[in-house]
Design a protein around this ligand. Structure first.
Ligand code: SAM
Length: 272
């Protein structure tokens, strides 16, 4: 009798309860937005006492990723046109954020010529050809491990092109440019101003190089996002130097707009 009851429960009751649970709009909402676990109905925090480690981690991950998506939406809310340039695109999260924000803000009707560029080594680099960067005294002397950590999958361009095709938002105007910034930016020419430059490339050396490349290309209204602004002392210092430099050389002042999870920071350039 006992085993009959057990069989009946396993076969019929549990699936029904589970189905109800998974079909419930509240459950679906929580799966889509685990950060909601954190808030009570008025927006205060609920007790987290009985949450699992996984639930707590989901709250944090959702918060951090959604903050970056909000940066993209903030930029799209007041965009003045120009191209989107991203330095450090691996995983394509920030790139997809901006494609979707641009679309959501219906910016395409006003700026049909905006192009979206992602610069990165995209999962591989020729170690012979690029030996020069890692040699003693060279720019990435102690950073080989950093780059190698992004190469476990090998060249990800075919995969990412597929991802962008499935994402299907301005795919024909999105370009992934593979290689070290030092090589790919050498011959890169812009046919319009920079509307938004997103720097998510971790290393101070990479920031320094990109900032010196964009300093004479930013203009009135350009947005700049630095993903490590509040995170790393040296990156922060080099951005602060850049702010002083563009103010002195080009009379462009960077106004702070918002943070992303207290790590990244969005700025806007204005000619003064
Ligand atoms: C944190 S990941 C970018 C994540 C991406 N923005 C996203 O949200 O999915 C940083 C990337 O910057 C790239 N990177 C850093 N310095 C670089 C350089 N000098 N040249 C090319 N890529 C660089 C790394 O290879 C890595 O793929």
């Amino acid at each position: 009798m006992k085993s009959l009851l057990k069989k009946f429960t396993e076969k019929y009751l549990i699936p029904i309860v589970q189905k109800k649970f998974f079909d419930h709009p509240g459950t679906k909402e929580l799966f889509n937005n685990p950060e909601k676990l954190f808030y009570d109905q008025w927006g205060y925090a609920k007790t987290t006492k009985n949450y699992s480690n996984e639930e707590k981690m989901n709250i944090f991950l959702h918060f951090q990723y959604s903050e970056k998506a909000k940066v993209a939406l903030s930029v799209a809310s007041s965009y003045l046109g120009g191209h989107y340039l991203e330095f450090g695109s691996h995983d394509l999260y920030t790139l997809r954020n901006f494609l979707a924000a641009f679309d959501t803000g219906n910016l395409n009707s006003r700026f049909p010529n905006t192009k979206f560029y992602g610069f990165d080594i995209f999962g591989s680099y020729d170690s012979h050809e690029n030996k020069k960067y890692f040699e003693k005294g060279m720019v990435y002397e102690s950073k080989k491990k950093y780059f190698d950590d992004f190469t476990h999958q090998g060249d990800v361009i075919p995969l990412y092109n597929k991802v962008l095709k499935e994402f299907d938002v301005f795919n024909e105007r999105t370009f992934l440019i593979k290689g070290f910034f030092e090589d790919t930016l050498k011959d890169f020419e812009l046919d319009d101003k920079i509307g938004f430059a997103c720097l998510d490339c971790n290393l101070t050396q990479s920031y320094e190089f990109v900032l010196s490349w964009i300093e004479d290309k930013i203009t009135d209204g350009t947005y700049l996002y630095f993903d490590e602004y509040f995170d790393r002392g040296l990156v922060n210092k080099c951005i602060e130097k850049f702010r002083l430099r563009v103010l002195e050389k080009y009379q462009i002042k960077l106004f702070y707009v918002r943070s992303a999870a207290s790590v990244g920071a969005l700025f806007r350039c204005f000619k003064i």
